[in-house]
Design a protein around this ligand. Structure first.
Ligand SMILES: [Zn+2]
Length: 348
């Protein structure tokens, strides 16, 4: 049996999502979000996702605890969630605990016997980013973003926005006015993305730009909100407490990966892991968190109406596909589907 299996998640931001850098930066915004150091695109770090997943999975098992785990005294939530270093109320560290085996546990500084966990999380990156245009909202992406989910696009080279039809010569993406070009295979691209359950109102408004333009467009169309601290005694705004923060806007489509390791290759204190038996079982535990994402959300400012995410797709990645935006020949059909991965059967 394989040592690991990869799973792809695609999610839609139902609210603006703010995952902060934890510090401030010089510039017009006080609380900035995390960016990839190379592409400068905003992202949600995998470490943030892992913590959110752990908490929600622990909540799920706590809700199931009495009927499904009759002999268990220790609560999954909050004990097996969080950092869990406290001996009394920390992680249970048992090989039959779905939370501690899948997400790992620590013993505390200088103590042996920690476990790294069977699931690993990649960063969540932007796949489709909504931008205001004269034609209404358009969802912008680039070849590099699409390639990360298995769709290889060629023919996007000019400093232009590639659309299904270029009836106008120019289109604004936010403040940036670009020449338009026609992407001849937008239908093939839409069909690929449709397999990820991305809604039609997004797929009917796709705009593709070269990789070098995407970060400019995304970073100049983030949501920036201003808040103020209220003094609880006076009920008035605290002086000098005005602050602004940026967020991925509602409607942004993100993707992230979960790598599930094979539990049979690991043991905890010499004992076999019994909570899960294979990589699919690990992923079955992980995806219990998805039901909480549309309500409890990820990231900061949750009480300010931010962070809710709807998971649209949870499964193994789709087989790789290619499309050429500059080619009139509709070559993207079954013969171009690579079946190397070939494991996109629907589970659950
Ligand atoms: Zn536990």
């Amino acid at each position: 049996m394989s040592s690991y299996q990869k799973f792809l998640q695609v999610g839609l931001a139902l609210d603006p999502v703010h995952v902060g850098t934890g510090g401030t930066r010089l510039g017009r915004v006080d609380l900035t979000i995390v960016r990839d150091p190379v592409t400068q695109l905003p992202k949600i770090p995998g470490s943030s996702l892992a913590g959110v997943y752990r908490a929600y999975v622990a909540m799920h098992y706590e809700e199931q605890r009495s009927p499904n785990f009759p002999n268990r005294n220790k609560p999954f939530y909050p004990d097996c969630a969080g950092l869990g270093l406290d001996e009394e109320h920390g992680h249970c560290r048992q090989p039959d605990c779905p939370v501690c085996t899948v997400f790992g546990f620590a013993r505390g500084a200088g103590r042996e016997g920690g476990f790294a966990g069977l699931a690993a999380f990649t960063d969540a990156n932007v796949l489709l980013f909504p931008v205001p245009t004269r034609r209404g909202p358009m969802w912008v992406t680039s070849p590099m973003s699409l390639e990360m989910i298995g769709l290889k696009i060629s023919g996007v080279s000019d400093n232009a926005v590639y659309l299904e039809s270029n009836t106008e010569n120019k289109l604004n993406l936010g403040w940036l006015l670009l020449d338009t070009e026609r992407c001849t295979q937008m239908e093939a691209i839409r069909n690929f993305l449709n397999q990820l359950s991305i809604p039609d109102y997004i797929l009917n408004h796709l705009a593709i730009v070269p990789d070098r333009l995407l970060a400019h467009i995304v970073n100049s169309n983030l949501e920036v909100r201003t808040s103020v601290s209220i003094n609880p005694e006076t009920g008035a705004a605290e002086e000098k407490a005005l602050f602004s923060y940026e967020a991925l806007p509602r409607g942004a489509v993100l993707y992230w990966g979960v790598i599930a390791k094979n539990p049979q290759h690991f043991s905890i204190n010499g004992q076999n892991i019994t909570a899960v038996s294979n990589p699919n079982g690990v992923y079955d535990v992980v995806k219990q968190a998805h039901a909480f994402f549309p309500y409890l959300g990820v990231g900061g400012m949750g009480t300010r109406g931010m962070g809710r995410i709807q998971v649209l797709y949870e499964n193994t990645p789709i087989s790789e596909t290619t499309a050429n935006c500059a080619s009139e020949n509709p070559s993207t059909n079954s013969e171009n589907f690579s079946t190397e991965e070939g494991n996109n059967e629907q589970s659950s």
